[in-house]
Design a protein around this ligand. Sequence first.
Ligand SMILES: Cc1cc2nc3c(=O)[nH]c(=O)nc-3n(C[C@H](O)[C@H](O)[C@H](O)COP(=O)(O)O)c2cc1C
Length: 473
Amino acid sequence: MAISNGHPTNDSQDEIKVISSPLALPNGVVIPNRLVKAAMAEGIGLGGGTPREGHLNLYRRWAEGGWGIIISGNVQIDPRQLASPHDLTLPSHPSTLQAYTQLASSVHSASSSPLLLMQISHPGLQSSSTINLSRWPWESAIAPCEDRPTVSEGPVGWLWSHVMWPTKSCRIVNINGWMEIVNKFVDAAVLAERSGWDGVQLHSAHGYLLAEYLSPLTNPDPKPLPDVPGSIPLRLHLLYLILKGIHDNTEKRFIKAVKVNCSDFVQGGLDEEQANDIIKTLVSWSLLDIIEISGGTYSSPAFASPESLRTSSRQSLFAHFTTSLLPSLPPPPTGPAIILTGGLHDRQVIASSLNERACDLVGIGRPACLFPQLPNEIILNSKLGDGEARVGGYPIPGSDLMKIILGGSDPKEGIKLVGAGISTLWHEWQMCRIGRGTEPDINMHWLSGALIEEVWFEVLKGGPMGWWRYWRG
Ligand SMILES: Cc1cc2nc3c(=O)[nH]c(=O)nc-3n(C[C@H](O)[C@H](O)[C@H](O)COP(=O)(O)O)c2cc1C
């Protein structure tokens, strides 16, 4: 193995070769290299709506960065059901097609021309009416069950939960309700294709609606949905109908991807054995080109563990799962390519994960907010030795204080919504900075991010426009 002395060695060159090798998908599309900018809600804009200038600037920077694939932040299929007030949505308005076409063109006109996937999504019971203001506070989120997320333990956490979700989610009981969801996902994919995107990724992880449907905790008693072959387990009916609908209504070259959890990391939720069976069944349908593996929910956000940044983690959060799963799956292009995301921020670890087939592609989230050109400038930069070709070990200034203020009982605890939410917002503010043409700032104090990026630039300056766009439909 290369020594971490900052000088490139023969091993570093071999690693770069592995990471830069192209990969063919089952639908024949070739990905230029193995690095995927993972889906991250950009936090740009207010009140939902379509891409703005800030998105164009941000995506242009990523497009110039040497990524093989860029996956958008979650684009909500229903403008009333948001995960954050800054989410992109698909309002039924003629300007929607134009706005997404412009974003796709800005990515495709970059010289490295990465593939661009739209992550289409529904937050399910995690959609807060009071934070997003996209519906009246007393109007519930929708889900396969009646529930509300846990913010953190203790009375402050209880209070935040009830402020953010004044009512429990409303359970979708009839088939028509579920078929409406299927149609919205399929329509979103068709719009993505018409706008020139290369494919879609269904967000079926992190406790979102599609993940709630897969989980025994949130969907204890799934009912059969129409036109699904009898051999398909009930819990997979919704995903099957959406994927089949997209398959039947888009071209073969349009990439179909899904992001799933290897575990929900909550008692009674999806566990690794069940996730293993689900992924094998998904692969058997031959409808998918890419499957991304993540884990956790808003209440237990393992996917965004702040510890993996602090410690300059040298291993993936979920590799133990994929290493045992992948030998039983056909490799691409016969089967779908597997993306592993979470904590993979180091050239050596990325290369060894690919060499050991813990994955076929590597998803990178948080570091892409600080280093939009991470592939070209760091991971694939042959002038850097392995010791330098990694990102991590950066604390978020002020985050421990904020955890205490917001009721995260133990500042070191990384798996509750408060801790992950603080880290997520800080990274969103870095993307906002890139969006308005300013460089990211790794030393930005959390409170200065909150005041400058959130309150000033987003709410006070971006607010009225965002709201106008939303109410105009
Ligand atoms: C600011 C931010 C926004 C995110 N938004 C999304 C999202 O919209 N959809 C999604 O599937 N995951 C989202 N994630 C999770 C990332 O895709 C990824 O799974 C996670 O950050 C772990 O990867 P990392 O260790 O490389 O950061 C988000 C993460 C961050 C930090």
